[in-house]
Design a protein around this ligand. Structure first.
Ligand SMILES: Cc1cc2nc3c(=O)[nH]c(=O)nc-3n(C[C@H](O)[C@H](O)[C@H](O)COP(=O)(O)OP(=O)(O)OC[C@H]3O[C@@H](n4cnc5c(N)ncnc54)[C@H](O)[C@@H]3O)c2cc1C
Ligand SMILES: NC(=O)c1ccc[n+]([C@@H]2O[C@H](COP(=O)([O-])OP(=O)(O)OC[C@H]3O[C@@H](n4cnc5c(N)ncnc54)[C@H](O)[C@@H]3O)[C@@H](O)[C@H]2O)c1
Length: 449
């Protein structure tokens, strides 16, 4: 290893790359990480963190309305987008500093340049410098996909949404997944009229059907519009800067100020030199890896979104940790991909872990389904007609809880704790044996009949 410039060269300082670099260095490896944009990657710079802060910001719209019933006289309020935008961006910069410090404190060299692979043990920086390393880790993440239609260049993606100069009045969002539904709630809260245009007739594929239906119904009640089975045809830019969006069928064109594509994220391997170096990529361009995150070239590994397994930050972090433990820490272990909890930070948020009802019926045959369909106490007093739905899926033969799905205030917070019990394979009886904590929304989980 000593013949190489570094023991480990990481490309990409995002969720997976930062963890892998820091832990490998702590094990004594000589580590450098190349980052072409900002340390922290998607989650910190233009994903989970700024998104969640905008979700908080937009929720004030409803909280301020509801305050009246709780005795607060709130004078007419207005929303100042540049003020929120800039405080969110300042927080992002603060976090970027923390991530950079952590790497530097672990003696990881940060190289603020784009890098590509030139061989099993060599990389080239944008500046032309060649570097050798015993092991190379690809942690370059993913990049927003745009439909291939005339005028698509007029649309933005989530990358740009955090930097808008003004808050648009009319927003069209293409896609029906995580980003579409989260940003629909964000823009709607800030007063924009939002239309989601989806190519299929379902939102949030993979989540339990009843929970998705509830989000759809609540979103429509709030005034978010949905256009289903509507592929994108073309986009025109008008003289006043607005956009006209043409979708399939006879549907009337949509006029908007901002069009945002939330149509998935592709592994970021373009121009990385991987195929030329003999690294196998799949049809989507993802690095094909084994259970130890190793590619078809034994000295090259990959973690996170670039492998297109589960595009979530905690998964990328765990993969980075497992890589470092296995390759540099002499503590080999693998990730358990079963029962990964996830959430959609919509208004209201939804969250789930384990099998959906449909998956459980297909996989296990007989299952019992318990639901609680209720109005949160706070919503009742506020006069907000918005119902939460919790759904527990139980394997009939064993009484084991195999899935838990919910939509309602604080659902992600509740589900993270509940996921421990689901992952541990506890029976429904064990949940019933736990005394309720009253008054809470989460108590519904131990009172399901
Ligand atoms: C809007 C949005 C919201 C999200 N919200 C959530 C959420 O709430 N919860 C959740 O779990 N996940 C969320 N995600 C997903 C999450 O951000 C990703 O799964 C996670 O960041 C993946 O980590 P990664 O290390 O694989 O890649 P990234 O974090 O994307 O890091 C890759 C890094 O590599 C750099 N890079 C790329 N190519 C090169 C190169 N050639 N040379 C040098 N550097 C390079 C990039 O600049 C980037 O910094 C969200 C994503 C988006 C877009
Ligand atoms: N809360 C979270 O954890 C969170 C939040 C945001 C993003 N993410 C991660 O980032 C990933 C990317 O988010 P996303 O919302 O872009 O992807 P997604 O996979 O959730 O949704 C993509 C949507 O775009 C549609 N689509 C795909 N190609 C299309 C095309 N050519 N034309 C029209 N529609 C098309 C799909 O039908 C789907 O509805 C997610 O898969 C998720 O893993 C997670």
């Amino acid at each position: 290893m000593a013949d190489y410039d570094y023991d480990l060269f990481v490309i990409g300082a995002g969720s997976g790359g930062v963890r892998a670099a820091r832990v490998s260095a702590a094990y004594g490896a000589r580590v450098a990480v190349a980052e072409e944009h900002r340390v922290g990657g998607t989650c910190v710079i233009r994903g989970c963190v700024p998104k969640k802060l905008l979700v908080y910001g937009s929720h004030f719209a409803e909280d301020l309305q509801d305050a009246k019933q709780f005795g607060w006289d709130v004078p007419a309020c207005s929303f100042d987008w540049p003020r929120l935008r800039d405080s969110v961006l300042a927080e992002v910069t603060r976090l970027e500093g923390i991530y950079s410090n952590t790497l530097e404190n672990h003696k990881v060299e940060i190289i603020k340049e784009s890098a590509s692979v030139t061989g099993p043990n060599s990389v080239k920086l944008a500046s032309g410098r060649e570097i050798t390393a015993g092991t190379i880790l690809i942690a370059t993440g993913a990049w927003p996909a745009r439909p291939d239609c005339p005028g698509a260049e007029h649309g933005i993606t989530s990358n740009e949404a955090f930097h808008l100069e003004t808050m648009p009045k009319r927003v069209v969002i293409a896609g029906g997944g995580y980003i579409a539904n989260e940003f629909a709630g964000i823009f709607h809260g800030f007063g924009a009229h939002v239309t989601i245009v989806n190519r299929s007739d379902k939102i949030l594929r993979g989540y339990d059907e009843s929970i998705r239906d509830r989000l759809l119904q609540i979103s429509m009640t709030k005034g978010i519009e949905f256009r289903f089975n509507a592929p994108f045809k073309s986009v025109e830019k008008n003289a006043d800067g607005s956009l006209t969006v043409h979708t399939g069928g006879d549907a009337a064109p949509l006029e908007c100020d901002v069009l945002m594509f939330a149509t998935g994220r592709n592994p970021k391997t373009d121009g990385l030199g991987l195929a030329e170096a003999g690294v196998e990529l799949d049809k989507a361009g993802a690095v094909v890896v084994d259970a130890d995150n190793r590619s078809s070239v034994p000295s090259i590994y990959a973690v996170g979104d670039v492998t297109n397994r589960v595009q979530l930050t905690p998964v990328a972090i765990r993969e980075g940790q497992a890589f470092a433990d296995t390759v540099f820490g002499n503590r080999p272990h693998r990730i358990d991909y079963e029962m990964i909890p996830s959430a959609v930070f919509s208004h209201p948020p939804m969250a789930g872990v384990g099998l959906t009802e449909a998956q459980a019926r297909t996989k296990l045959g007989t299952v019992k389904v318990y639901t609680s369909d209720f109005r949160a106490m706070k919503n009742v007093l506020a006069g907000r007609n918005e119902r939460a739905l919790y759904k527990m899926i139980v394997e009939e033969d064993t009484d084991r809880v195999v899935g838990l799905h919910m939509i309602g205030p604080d659902a992600p917070e509740i589900l993270q704790a509940a996921a421990v019990a689901v992952k541990a394979g506890l029976t429904k009886q064990a949940w019933d044996d736990t005394v309720a904590l009253h008054p809470s929304m989460a108590e519904e989980l131990v009172l399901l009949k």
